[in-house]
Ligand binder design. Structure first.
Ligand code: IMP
Ligand code: MG
Length: 174
């Protein structure tokens, strides 16, 4: 069986949208410093591109979580594999994610980060699959709402592959 990737969102479309979100964030955080928290590994490609498009002062931190569950279905119980290097107290924190699916991972994570006392806490995701939502999560910035299909590229993987694709695609088996 061979795998092919069908393009869902082209590199140009994704880049254009990231620039728009960057402009919006720059307006919303005018006069402030925004502290981007990247959820590894998926959020890393989006975060780098987004950070370049923000023109207020930016600081970055990274965390890695694993949800107990299979690759394609998260349980919502999140284990911190790598924690942030810096405290969030009094920072304007913007969590940057690749995709919100069931919402379980994010709702757990946001609650945990809120306990650390940031001045503000918002969520930015490149992709959102609203049809799949099980737990309510407030998303402040969304790149694209997409249908319920398993996507890869721009940081998103299928079995650790395809993260490096510069577009968003759907894996097709034939
Ligand atoms: P949630 O807790 O169900 O919202 O899970 C979100 C996580 O599941 C994301 O951060 C991704 O790592 C993974 N995920 C969900 N949907 C996809 C997809 O279509 N492609 C690749 N990874 C996905
Ligand atoms: Mg993720």
């Amino acid at each position: 069986m061979s795998e092919r990737v069908r393009v869902m969102l082209s590199e140009e479309e994704v880049d254009k949208r990231i620039k728009e979100i960057g402009d919006q964030i720059s307006k919303d955080y005018e006069g402030k410093q925004v502290h981007l928290v990247c959820v590894l590994k998926g959020g890393s490609f989006f975060m780098c591109e987004l950070a370049k498009r923000i023109d207020v002062p930016v600081s970055l931190d990274f965390m890695s979580v694993s949800s107990y569950g299979s690759e394609t279905k998260s349980s919502g119980v999140v284990k911190i594999v790598k924690d942030l290097d810096e405290p969030l107290k009094d920072k304007d924190v913007l969590v940057v994610e690749d995709i919100v699916d069931s919402g379980r991972t994010l709702s757990y994570l946001l609650e945990m980060l809120r306990d650390r006392g940031p001045r503000s806490l918002r969520l930015c995701t490149l992709l959102d699959k609203p049809e799949r939502r099980v737990v309510d999560v407030h998303v402040d910035y969304t790149g694209f709402q997409i249908p319920d299909e398993f996507v890869v590229g721009y940081g998103l993987d299928y079995d650790q592959k395809y993260r490096n694709l510069p577009y968003i695609g759907v894996v097709e088996l034939d």
